[in-house]
Ligand binder design. Sequence first.
Ligand code: KG4
Ligand code: ZN
Length: 357
Amino acid sequence: MFILGIETSCDETAAAVVQDGRVVLSNVVASQVELHRRYGGVFPEMASRQHMIAITPVIRQALDEAGVEWSDIAAIAVVYGPGLAGSLLVGVNTAKSLAWAKGIPLVGVNHLEAHVYANWLVPPGQDPKDFVPPSFPAVCLVVSGGHTDLILVREHHDYERLGRTTDDAAGEAFDKVARLLGLGYPGGPAIQRAAEEGNSEAFRLPKALRVGPYDFSFSGLKTAVLRLVQELQREQGIPTSKDQKLAEVSLAEEGDKFPLADLAASFQAAVVGALVEKTAKAVEEYGAVQVLLAGGVAANKLLRQEIHRQVKVPVRYPPIRYCTDNAAMVAGAGYYRFLAGERSGWDLDVRPNLPLV
Ligand code: KG4
Ligand code: ZN
């Protein structure tokens, strides 16, 4: 069964065709990263306009690369939230128009659930016959630019949220600290790169574990990095402005005067430390048989490495191209919703704050 997935919740215009929720036949992503880079983050108005320009060719390409016709498509799965309202609208309205015109069922998909179902996609190069899907109950750590949720997945579509961030999402913390260090957007990959040369024990940063047992807090960590940066700047005689804001500092050009790599490594280790510690605790308490990582931050190398080291059950995470926003994961999640009999009506609307649970 072929599902067409459509994703426009943030700054990637994406369409994909997936067979039976697992086999990716095409996965087209038109990224707007270059467009938003100069603003240091996603500019919502520009994002929706860019989706308008890209959506039709991206869908056409997804069908062509998969070698399928409209008549082969069993359902159109589209993300209706969470995300930027103006961006979501482009995907949802396009999906509705196509479903109506072609007489194909429509299935609205939660973007966070799509990230979880990226774990059901057969990695590129692997024979689908050798692929074993995830097992339940699983603890799923959803870590993206907008969300940080620790979720118990008992069965398909049966979720219990164990914890979440009480302030910034993990990806948001990476993005803000990258900006503060002058490393640009998107911050996660930039910090990971800068941290490669650094000593993660150079600075003691708070792990912020004193929130609920499975909750996270990253804003104190971000402020601690800001204070450290200001202190280091004073020591080194690097000019600072009195009311220094996160976005106004640029240190990447300071060279040896500034321990950029050590700071990036220490920050990354603090975030990963908190994520891994709470995930490991949840696995023990809830008797999970697997851990699933999901969302853009699941691309982080240190997170993958540490979670393997500290969690006692098998850990799975999607290949990087399925971790960051894409539509294959949407088609995958849509397939399982479609199998469960779910259909969306023409009144399907965007839900910018839609939670997973
Ligand atoms: O899931 P995603 O592509 O979009 C949202 O749904 O938010 O996640 C984007 C987030 C960004 O904050 C980005 O900095 C972060 O994922 N990210 C990473 C890495 N790659 C992407 N964070 C840490 N390490 C990475 N390698
Ligand atoms: Zn996402």
